[in-house]
Design a binder for this molecule. Structure first.
Ligand SMILES: [Zn+2]
Length: 317
């Protein structure tokens, strides 16, 4: 890509029209940082930027470092169009709604009206290039977050480490599963490990509880599901995704306490201790013998060794 084109967009990035009123954090550069992060992670392979919960979550992470005010990703997602390089593509039937800014103030309304946004093609190309993307990111950080440079840069680094760790977990399934991994060999710091494991499991199970199939994902990326270890991490030191399963908060709690488990045919076992006691036990007992939700690819299935360990050591009989 020619340096002229890069220079052209650097100048545009330096001159974003920002609403600095009432202590608001600069919305547009934060959204751009979040989009750049998603491109870097390979989550936006083509020039179509959807207002997904994951994008909202990425935006929220930056936002919360800068201000306590309530974030609203809808504002920059819509108003970035005035910069000329960000284009909005309406869903069929909503072509005229695009012109009315006052109607597009919430994320749910944006998702209803706008199918996706796109960059100028030449800008998107720049953003897919490691070097040019970094130059643009630095321009945004230096121009709009000079006072928060360290905070923003350490957040970017942390997010990169989490994603790198997530990718390493996915590569691990090429090797034979081993239940216990020496704790001494773990070099990644705990927050990175926890976030990377969670992210890997959430993507594999699409934020759905494997036991009851509950799916609650808010528009800002909050989910009711958690990444559970089958053999607890403090026992196994094992963040292999095959030692993981996505569970809602009720079933994570029940699984960790041995009230439910999973048999070798991936069906739910409910502890005998839970049967026919109390009026609300049905929340667990109706799950008995139901097949769990399995990942799309069998290489990510829960490991039989880990499930056997859970039945032996945790399940209450
Ligand atoms: Zn559940």
């Amino acid at each position: 890509m020619s340096t002229n084109i890069l220079q052209k967009y650097i100048r545009k990035m330096e001159k974003l029209r920002i609403d600095r009123a009432r202590g608001a954090a600069p919305n547009k550069p934060l959204l751009l940082l979040a989009v750049i992060e998603r491109i870097e992670q390979g989550q936006i392979p083509e020039n179509k930027i959807v207002l997904s919960p994951e994008l909202a979550e990425a935006f929220l992470k930056y936002w919360s470092k800068l201000t306590d005010r309530k974030p609203n990703i809808a504002m920059p997602f819509f108003h970035l169009k005035s910069e000329g390089f960000w284009h909005l593509h309406p869903n069929p039937g909503y072509e005229t709604a695009l012109g009315v800014a006052s109607q597009l103030k919430t994320a749910s309304r944006i998702r209803e009206v706008i199918a996706y946004a796109s960059f100028d093609d030449e800008l998107f190309l720049l953003l897919t290039d490691t070097h040019d993307r970094e130059v643009i990111r630095q321009t945004l950080v230096n121009t709009y977050f000079a006072d928060f440079k360290q905070v923003i840069e350490s957040l970017i680094t942390e997010k990169q480490q989490i994603d790198k760790y997530r990718r390493s977990l996915l590569r691990q399934v090429k090797h034979t599963f081993s239940s216990l991994q020496p704790l001494a060999q773990i070099k990644t710091e705990k927050p990175i490990r926890t976030a990377g494991f969670r992210r890997a499991i959430m993507r594999i199970y699409n934020y759905t509880c494997a036991v009851c199939q509950l799916y609650v994902l808010t528009l800002d990326g909050e989910s009711i599901t958690e990444a559970a270890h089958i053999i607890p991490f403090k026992v196994s030191g094992n963040n292999d995704v095959r030692n993981g399963i996505s569970l809602c908060q009720l079933h994570h709690w029940s699984f960790d306490r041995g009230l439910i488990s999973v048999d070798r045919n991936y069906k739910v076992i409910v502890s005998e201790l839970m049967l026919e006691r109390g009026p609300t036990e049905w929340t667990l007992t109706t799950l008995r013998d139901k097949p769990i939700l399995l990942p799309e690819h069998d290489e990510f299935y829960p490991a039989q060794d880990a499930l056997a360990w859970h039945r032996e050591e945790i399940l209450r009989r």
